[in-house]
Write a protein that binds this ligand. Structure first.
Ligand SMILES: Cc1ncc(COP(=O)(O)O)c(C=O)c1O
Length: 401
């Protein structure tokens, strides 16, 4: 970068780095490489014909209105459909609790904009979604990582850290959690853990961001109550998205929170993009009204369950001893642990030579830990690619043992 441009940058931008994942993904562009690295839904899950029907109906019925600006809060019919969707899961909300976003990444960015002053602490998981960390960092947030166990964020470690921060008068503004099929670890928090963490949030009077893009993609096991449902103090903010249950190309999601908090999101969004495209909101509302969402979701879940099972079976067949992995009940990812002495970044270079790719787990750890971990995606690769890719990966690991 030229010295001249560097001088012009804001404090926040000067410290910003390009996403490590994007850089890694560039390496995997080679079509010979089997990539478990991205976080993409399977293209076979995109309901092109149903979307065409909805788009055509909207254009035929309301034409120009669909091409006009919309309100910042979002299209009422879509918000009403979301209210019904949540009510069917036992979450009681009204449309005043919802704002439509230009997908969840915007929700994360707006949360940063609304709550973070430069230097403010934010509690995140070790590991946590990189896009969340980048959004919060771009407002000067300081990530404070809390270790995980098999049930998600460790409440003992969280309590200890908050006690320390409280003594320094440096309590964070919020705790960022992904309680369902976490990206990247594939972990789902059981209800008891959700309750424990909420109690701690209440004790220190902190907001909680419940980022849940994968919640609807459950393959087996018992559905867990949302943190939002378990809390009765208005401190939970849900971020949802159509990216993984319809198509990321819509760039459409939502925020659910107390009306007072939603008002702040509306103000912040106004300055960001005024509104999410009306035509797309109308098409998605129609898609839900026609029952396409639930119908297609059930096919997507079947497809992903098969892929997850296949990947797990291939692990059992090909992986050497000493390698462990999470067995997610849904979502898009699983996490693999190498023996402590092994480094996933070194393995990455060997794996690329063997034409298979993954994401190094360290990038999801704000404190640089997790050097022996890696994230694998099972939704995008084909069955053949999963089988061949796991074989190549296992051979790469064996060559380093
Ligand atoms: C945990 C989490 N939050 C948010 C997002 C952003 O999704 P989108 O902006 O497509 O809704 C992702 C995307 O993978 C994610 O994994």
């Amino acid at each position: 970068m030229s010295e001249k441009l560097e001088k012009r940058l804001s404090v926040n931008m000067a410290g910003a780095k390009k996403s490590a994942i994007r850089e890694i993904l560039k390496l995997t562009q080679n079509p010979e490489i089997i990539s478990f690295a991205g976080g993409l839904p399977a293209e076979a899950s995109f309901p092109v014909a149903d979307i065409k029907i909805c788009m055509n109906e909207i254009l035929d019925e309301v034409g120009t209105k669909a091409l006009q600006y919309g309100t910042t809060e979002g299209f009422d019919v879509l918000r009403e459909e979301l209210v019904k969707h949540y009510k069917s899961q036992g979450v009681d909300i009204s449309i005043e609790n919802i704002m439509i976003t230009t997908a969840s990444q915007q929700g994360l960015d707006l949360a940063g904009k609304i709550f973070i002053n430069p230097g403010d602490n934010v509690i995140v998981g070790l590991p946590s979604y990189l896009g969340g960390l980048s959004a919060f960092r771009s407002y000067g947030g300081q990530m404070v990582g809390i270790r995980f166990d098999e049930n998600g964020m460790d409440p003992v470690a969280l309590e200890k850290k908050l006690h320390e921060l409280s003594a320094l008068d440096k309590l964070p503004k919020f705790i960022y959690l992904i309680p369902d099929f976490q990206n990247p670890a594939g972990i789902t928090y059981p209800e008891s853990r959700r309750i424990e963490l909420l109690k701690i949030a209440e004790k220190y009077d902190l907001l909680v961001i419940e980022d849940s893009p994968y919640r609807e993609l459950r393959f087996d096991g018992k559905e867990q109550k949302m943190l939002y449902q378990l809390d009765n103090s208005g401190r939970v903010i849900i971020l949802g998205t159509f990216s993984k249950i319809l198509a990321p190309g819509f760039r459409m999601g939502w925020v659910i929170a107390d009306k007072e908090i939603i008002d702040k999101f509306v103000t912040a969004k106004q300055a960001t993009d005024l509104c999410t495209p009306a035509i797309l909101q109308m098409a998605v509302a129609r898609y839900m009204q026609k029952g396409f969402l639930l119908k297609n979701l059930s096919n997507t879940i079947d497809m992903y369950r098969e892929k997850r099972d296949l990947m797990l079976n291939c692990f059992r067949e090909f992986m050497p001893e000493g390698i462990t992995w999470t067995e997610p009940e849904g979502g898009l990812f699983l996490f693999l642990n190498l023996p402590e002495y092994m480094n996933a970044e070194e393995l990455f270079h060997v794996a690329i030579k063997n034409k298979v790719a993954f994401v190094i787990g360290q990038v999801f750890h704000c404190d640089g830990s997790g050097t022996n971990t890696m994230r694998l995606n099972f939704s995008f690769p084909t069955h053949e690619q999963i089988r061949e890719g796991v074989k190549r990966l296992a051979d790469s690991i064996k060559s380093m043992l």
